[in-house]
Write a protein that binds this ligand. Structure first.
Ligand SMILES: C[S@@+](CC[C@H](N)C(=O)[O-])C[C@H]1O[C@@H](n2cnc3c(N)ncnc32)[C@H](O)[C@@H]1O
Length: 239
């Protein structure tokens, strides 16, 4: 059976098979389906928190099938030397870009076990996470559609084209309450009516993400169609 006649879940599984990351196939399939099914809204797709490109490949595959869609992937893309060990043995990173310092995993730090199991091997295999990301897009023929930005949401929003419109934004970056609230507000500037915001790690073990969803989305009255799929939550901006 050729790849194009395989069920889409198998195509995604093949495409992300060797890409380091955490999102399982059922969640990637849900992201793919919503991205493709919302093509009638128009606009592009944004990902905040891309790591090595695992979820970006699923979004890119849906964008390719939809036509006329680009995927903008924002991440601080930390290099090996950006990581440091905290006094309690957990890990964080900070990246300096254009003279500005960006910290990540400062409140909820990365435990030593997942750091050594999941993060260290990435740097043994690739020059850095941006190299891994670019390689993932290249081998899947997505480099023309999926663009990485080494930035946070604030910097991206300040430099994005003023006519940028989004039909879907997937948030999987900083899990701190204030940061997620700010990201939601910035994304809303570009989000079309009926467009979707998707979260990873919703109502799992990240208090900041949960509180931001409640205060910015549930209580705002501007969003509807809340749907949870394992760790992922999908909400639509009211029309
Ligand atoms: C869990 S990983 C993303 C995994 C990816 N979505 C996937 O499914 O393969 C979280 C990512 O968020 C990035 N990140 C953390 N804080 C960030 C921030 N303030 N702005 C942009 N990216 C950030 C990290 O560098 C990391 O790559």
């Amino acid at each position: 059976m050729s790849e194009t006649t395989q069920p889409i879940a198998s195509q995604i599984e093949t495409a992300v098979g060797s890409i380091p990351g955490w999102s399982p196939i059922d969640q990637l399939l849900t992201l793919f389906t919503l991205t493709f099914a919302s093509a009638n809204i128009g606009g592009d797709v944004l990902e905040l928190g891309s790591w090595c490109g695992r979820s970006a490949v699923a979004l890119g595959m849906a964008a390719r099938l939809s036509g006329n869609t680009r995927v903008h992937c924002i991440d601080l893309f930390p290099d090996k030397d950006d990581w440091y060990r905290n006094e309690d043995g957990t890990f964080s990173f900070s990246v300096t870009l254009a003279g500005k310092k960006y910290g990540a995993y400062q409140d909820q730090t990365v435990w030593a076990e997942p750091y050594h199991r999941d993060i260290v091997p990435v740097y043994q295999r690739y020059g850095g996470t941006l190299d891994a990301f670019k390689e993932a897009m290249r081998v899947n023929g997505l480099s023309d559609l999926v663009t990485p930005y080494r930035a946070d949401m604030e910097t991206f929003a300040a430099t994005a084209p003023s006519d940028l419109k989004l039909r879907l934004a997937f948030i999987d970056g900083d899990h701190n309450y204030d940061a997620v609230c700010n990201e939601i507000r910035l994304i809303e500037r570009f989000l079309l009516p009926g467009g979707w915001i998707c979260f990873d790690d919703a109502f799992s073990s990240y208090e900041g993400v949960n509180r931001a969803i409640l205060s910015e989305l549930v209580e705002s009255g501007r969003y509807c169609q809340f749907q949870q799929m394992t760790r992922k939550l999908f909400v639509a901006r009211k029309r």
